[in-house]
Design a protein. Structure first.
Length: 290
């Protein structure tokens, strides 16, 4: 199992600081929030992208995903949405990221209409993503909160360059049991975002294991070559404790959830025995989480 955290949890950090945090706490990768507030986004010049690649490589940290804000089911013309998808795909490819996260964003329009928009736009961008070695992942979020809703869209797209990102919070808020989400996303799942909160009415982020989310159930059948990403939403809750102080405990908690998961001590020991293993290893192709 490989572990990442989202830069949503460390707002204002430079690429170098983020890479250092990940490496120091035994995380294999990071999910980069691709917003103009951040160092890396579709408007970032090529030289800065190249420097970021060198920085992460030197730290032995993989860029797991580019977390974009395209809304594929939003009302409006297709062209600007597809253009945004293509720009995110290029960014991911240049950073060596395997995934691009996108949102549904269907709003209050009829479900069938939102589905049609999402299917059409994802299908339009899928061949471009495949040529660049990137997979678009539609997150369980907003108008398509459950695995059933996301799976319904992805079954219609029917392209291997388009999959799902399972945000455990949103499927839980949608009343969907983890086993049902897993079945709905079978064959589509890229990776899982984990987090923890006190209740449906109190969504301020907590340390993993300190809240109400069914994290153990969500990762119960996680394959050994999959990824878990901790999305700690510090950006939206500035009064929440800072993520760096929680990373050691969070990394240990994730390892404890997964059968055969490596503890921090085992990670450090393995790196000492073989320094070349301090970085991440790519998921095997063909995995339903890959």
């Amino acid at each position: 199992m490989r572990y990442a955290f989202s830069t949503l949890g460390v707002p204002g950090r430079s690429v170098a600081e983020t890479a250092e945090l990940a490496a120091a706490h035994g995380f294999d990768g990071v999910e980069l929030r691709a917003h103009p507030e951040e160092p890396l986004h579709p408007g970032t010049p090529s030289p800065e992208r190249a420097e970021a690649v060198r920085t992460f490589a030197a730290a032995g940290v993989e860029v797991l995903a580019v977390a974009g804000y395209a809304k594929v089911a939003a009302v409006g013309e297709d062209e600007p949405v597809v253009a945004e998808l293509l720009s995110l795909i290029v960014l991911a490819a240049e950073l060596g990221a395997r995934y691009v996260r996108v949102f549904p964003g269907g709003g209050n329009q009829p479900t069938a209409d939102a589905d049609r928009l999402a299917v059409r736009r994802l299908a339009a961008a899928a061949p471009f993503a495949e040529r660049h070695g990137v997979r678009l992942l539609l997150e369980t979020h907003d108008s398509h909160q459950t695995g059933a809703a996301i799976g319904r869209v992805l079954d219609q797209v029917g392209h291997r360059a388009v999959g799902a990102l399972w945000d455990v919070l949103h499927t839980w808020l949608g009343g969907e049991a983890p086993a049902d989400t897993r079945r709905a996303l079978a064959g589509h799942l890229g990776y899982v975002q984990v987090k923890d909160v006190a209740s449906a009415g109190e969504l301020s982020p907590l340390a993993l294991g300190a809240g109400a989310l069914p994290l153990a159930e969500a990762v119960a059948e996680a394959p050994s070559d999959g990824w878990l990403c901790w999305e700690y939403e510090k950006r939206w809750y500035p009064d929440a404790p800072d993520l760096p102080g929680l990373l050691t405990g969070g990394r240990a908690y994730l390892a404890g959830l997964v059968p055969g998961g490596r503890t921090d001590e085992e990670v450090v020991a393995g790196q000492a025995e073989d320094p070349s293993r301090s970085g991440s290893t790519a998921c095997r192709k063909g995995s339903p989480w890959a």
